[in-house]
Design a protein around this ligand. Structure first.
Ligand SMILES: *Cc1c(COP(=O)(O)O)cnc(C)c1O
Length: 727
């Protein structure tokens, strides 16, 4: 094992008294500790905004005089000292949930693979929900003390920056990631050379460098191929997320799966069990099998062993979301591998074969993962059921309900998504240590302790903050002199901080039906422009650059947003990301989701909203089908027929949407006011919503479930295998 040198590319020149700010900048722990963000903000609030909340750029660029002033500010120094004590305590804590629950497993290790990680807006290596889930999973694993290392990519370009043209067409701009501006730690060997791994692709070797990202106590390793050792084609391998070119894509997935295993080995890790978050990393099964075959085992023996320690989570019932490769690519890229595994071509392809609608065959990543994992799950109750039906053909002897795919419903990392001010209410009324109990029902029962007026004051504050941020962004765009005036209106500068505000933000995939609310345009117009009880809608979201129908859907929405008859009460926010998501899920009154059932495997943005006292108004799909209880938000449509014709479903859901909005939601918000002008019923719903949803759909609940139901048994299998090996 070589000695690994960890090198941070930026050396800050900070006053000695506060020099550990540099350390905080290189561990993403600060992302879910708002008090650290406040510390940066106190040094220079404007620069903190201008650097897009990136502490590395911030500390690099901040005026020395401001740093010196901070070192003379007793209150600042008190806070600084308190935060560093807390950071040290966190990093060295022995008394974690994991150590308490699993003292025997403290030397074991979980490996977690994902294509994308959504950790913070300044780290553009995520596209949407899947990435946010991976990022939240790492943060919670760190909080719980789960021994886990993760593997992914750092891309040359961030997931694109979105601009909307005057006629509503999405333009995708590539933004190169400035590696030195990221908290990426370089890993060097004892000679000061970057640590690299290589994979064999047809006729060549592709090298990848490994960067480390510290997420609290968890380490995330990111592979990157844009390095001089590679030829120009291979340097593009990690250019960007969700490349459509199939040959680049398969190479990318070989790099993640097979290269990822090699990367962990190169760094000296021997994980006991392996978690594939979605099928992109399924080639890791082949690399793991090869490790045993190279020691002299047959493929059958090897696959029986690795299966017991593989975990696969499937995330989508939408066919386009499930990676498949044409067989000619498999021939080109895997002839060597199947020979080495001792398999024939047919045997190899048979492992992951899927019939295409045109009659031919393809190689399916989820099938590979399903077949070579003993632990398999979907991400909500309904999605589990749909997945069992969808993959029933792999277990033809079984009834659908007996197909061995379970479910663990997604969750969100509470402290990442919680508004600071709501957090203060929790601390005051649920107890200063509320975060230690956040998956316990008794904690949330105390939500009643929060006085209505205090809760409402914070809700109003958060909405004002959102609207002011929208207006600021609109003003900046307007000043840039590059947009048509009507686009300034469309960006939300006419928004009213006191009107009932509904948010809709997520990827623009067509099944999410962002345009559903425009089906009866005139009825929507009447509801929105009601002079006594106005309603406003804020949209945001990107379509995949190759998804033409998705882009058309943005255009449909944008056309309505620009329609003067709506009076500027509709807005479309460009460039949806984690920062905008935070403003929205904390600031709006109602969170809308209108997927076509059962395509929304889980959805998580509604959970973020619920945590902050924003009421969900959604189709009973994914998580909301489990979360809705009749009193904690509203349902669109009913929990009935999954087989309904899309057109009939759209019509029924749209009607349900208008009726509920007009007859229940709007009056509840505006009319049912108590003597002190508080919407008492609305506030009661907010409390019911937090009480029933905040803990249940937390990442704490989710990760502890992964731990007890999947990780622990897989780890035990791994220990058994290892002991058998020694014996
Ligand atoms: C939470 C989140 C998502 C996922 O939202 P869904 O409702 O699950 O589709 C996507 N993008 C960003 C930026 C998010 O924060």
């Amino acid at each position: 094992m070589t000695e690994i040198v960890r090198e941070k590319p930026v050396k800050f020149s900070l006053p000695r008294r506060i020099k550990r700010l540099g350390e905080l900048a290189y561990n993403l722990w600060w992302v879910w500790h708002p008090e650290v963000q406040r510390l940066f903000k106190e040094i220079d609030a404007l620069l903190w905004e201008q650097t897009y909340h990136n502490p590395i750029v911030f500390l690099r660029d901040v005026d020395r005089a401001r740093l010196n002033a901070a070192t003379n500010d007793r209150y600042f120094l008190d806070k600084y000292d308190r935060i560093l004590r807390e950071f040290d305590r966190y990093m060295n804590e022995k008394d974690t949930w994991f150590n308490d629950q699993y003292p025997d497993l403290k030397d074991e290790l979980m490996a977690y693979f994902s294509f994308e990680f959504g950790l913070h807006e300044s780290l553009m290596v995520y596209a949407g929900g899947l990435g946010i889930l991976s990022g939240d999973h790492l943060k919670e694993s760190s909080d719980l003390g789960i021994p886990l290392v993760a593997v992914g990519f750092v891309y040359t370009y961030g997931y694109f920056s979105q601009r909307i043209t005057e006629d509503g067409w999405q333009e995708a701009h590539n933004v190169p990631i400035d590696f030195d501006a990221m908290p990426l730690i370089r890993l060097l060997d004892e000679n000061g050379e970057p640590i690299k791994i290589a994979i064999e692709l047809p006729g060549r070797k592709v090298h990848a460098r490994i960067y480390e990202l510290d997420v609290g106590r968890v380490k995330l390793y990111l592979l990157h191929t844009n390095i001089p050792e590679n030829d120009p084609n291979d340097r593009q391998l990690t250019d960007r997320l969700y490349i459509s070119d199939l040959e680049l894509r398969i190479s990318q997935e070989i790099l993640l799966g097979m290269g990822g295993v090699r990367a962990l080995r190169a760094l000296g890790y021997q994980p006991t069990a392996w978690h594939m978050n979605e099928g992109h990393s399924a080639f890791l099964t082949l690399e793991r099998a090869l490790e045993y075959v190279r020691k002299g085992m047959s493929f059958d023996e090897a696959s029986a062993i690795i299966k017991k320690t593989n975990i696969f989570t499937t995330h989508t019932p939408v066919p386009a979301g499930n990676d498949e490769f044409p067989l000619w690519l498999i021939d080109k890229y895997f002839a060597q591998t199947w020979a080495e595994l001792g398999l024939t071509r047919d045997e190899f392809i048979e492992m992951a074969k899927i019939k295409q609608s045109w009659g031919g065959d393809a190689f399916s990543m989820p099938i590979l993962a399903l077949k070579l994992s003993e632990f398999r799950n979907g991400v909500s109750e309904l999605h589990g059921k749909v997945a069992r039906e969808m993959w029933n053909f792999l277990w033809p002897e079984k009834e659908a309900e007996d197909v061995p795919i379970g479910h663990i419903t997604n969750g969100i990392h509470t402290e990442t998504w919680l508004a600071r001010r709501i957090g203060i209410l929790f601390s005051r009324y649920l107890g200063a240590d509320w975060a230690d109990h956040l998956d316990e029902a008794e904690l949330w029962a105390q939500i009643e302790n929060i006085p209505d007026d205090e809760l409402w004051r914070v809700r109003r504050h958060l909405k004002r903050k959102l609207i002011l941020n929208i207006i600021d962004r609109g003003r900046e765009k307007w000043k840039s002199n590059q947009i048509h005036p009507v686009q300034t209106i469309a960006s939300g500068v006419l928004m009213d901080p006191y009107a009932l505000t509904i948010g809709f933000a997520r990827r623009f995939a067509t099944y999410k039906r962002a345009n559903l609310i425009f089906r009866d345009y005139d009825r929507l117009l009447r509801i929105v422009t009601n002079a006594r009880m106005p309603v406003q809608f804020i949209f945001a979201g990107k379509a995949h650059p190759a998804d033409e129908p998705g882009k058309q859907m943005i255009q449909d929405v944008y056309r309505a947003v620009k329609d003067a008859r709506f009076g500027g009460r509709l807005a479309f926010l460009e460039d949806y990301d984690m920062n905008i998501a935070r403003y929205l899920v904390q600031g709006v009154d109602v969170w809308l989701n209108t997927p076509r059932r059962p395509r929304e495997a889980s959805g998580t943005s509604g959970m973020k909203a619920a945590l902050n006292g924003v009421l969900n108004f959604s189709v009973l799909d994914g998580w909301w089908r489990e979360g809705y209880n009749g009193r904690n938000g509203w349902a669109i449509g009913e929990d009935l027929d999954l087989e309904a014709e899309p057109e009939a479903q759209d019509e029924a859901d749209a009607r349900s949407f208008y009726d509920t909005l007009e007859n229940e939601i709007v009056p509840l918000y505006y009319e049912q006011r108590s003597a002190d002008n508080l919407p008492a019923e609305w506030i009661a719903r907010i409390k019911e919503n937090i009480r029933t949803l905040a803990g249940t759909f937390s990442m704490r609940r989710m990760v502890t479930e992964y731990m007890t139901r999947l990780y622990e048994p897989a780890i035990h299998n791994g220990i058994e295998e290892r002991n058998g090996d020694e014996g």
